[in-house]
Design a protein around this ligand. Sequence first.
Ligand code: ZN
Length: 291
Amino acid sequence: MKILVFDIGGTEIKYALCDENFNLTDKKSVPTNAYEGGKRLIERVVEIAGTYSGIDRIGISTAGQVDSEKGMIVFATDSIPGYTGVQIKQIVEAEIGVPCAVENDVNSAALGEAYFGAAKGEDNFLCLTYGTGIGGAIFLEGKLFKGNGCSAGEFGHFVTHAGGKSCTCGGCGCYEAYASSGALVRAVKAKTGRDLNGREIFAEFDNPEIRTVIDEWIDEIVVGLKGLVYIFNPSLIVAGGGIMNEKYITDEINVRLAAELMPSFRCAKVVKAQAGNDANLLGAAYLAAKQ
Ligand SMILES: [Zn+2]
């Protein structure tokens, strides 16, 4: 089986071919040109797909809230104007003539981890991606839990500080305002006056001032995870985002989380995502293959 898979992000569309053993080959990318709008974006996906021959399926991982049954965008922010309501599956199937599966990017990554990565064989796990904000996906009893409006798992806007810092969602005190890698960058700036990115912050791990900020930030990560463990009782939490390549973070999270939890909940381990940059593509390929 030859599956063409896409990962549509705010800045880049990545795509690759995938075989029945889920090996990705011929990886490419083009700029998203989000300013051209959601309709044009899907036209470009169709144009790319049209350059391939002998494709059996198409799998698409995309930013935005996705109704994967209908293969449409339920809601997308203005980062891709006019994307809300675009019937991706219908358009692609009509133009290319092969079955198409569409899923949200964080959910695709969770599927990638479930079948090919850190969560292989796990029936109940959570995925959290720590970047500018915090994305999440919930995998329960062997499948994705999507919620009523296909938008469950927005862990970034789960309130951990009543009346706290204001957030991009319009609320305040949200988890991502304290525990995202963006929040770490802001906290370092507030403490030292320096603009450092995640990698630069960890390069100065031995600087006591920076180390204090890192440790306080890890406490913020743990506060949110503690709540999630009590709600979902997962066996595993997969932590993604480039910052999680720093082993100190996941090691500390595990120690501090276990110390905070009641003994019967301490089986929840936190591990780094493994499927990495390919997780979204592999998750979309899995869904496409299943169609
Ligand atoms: Zn928020």
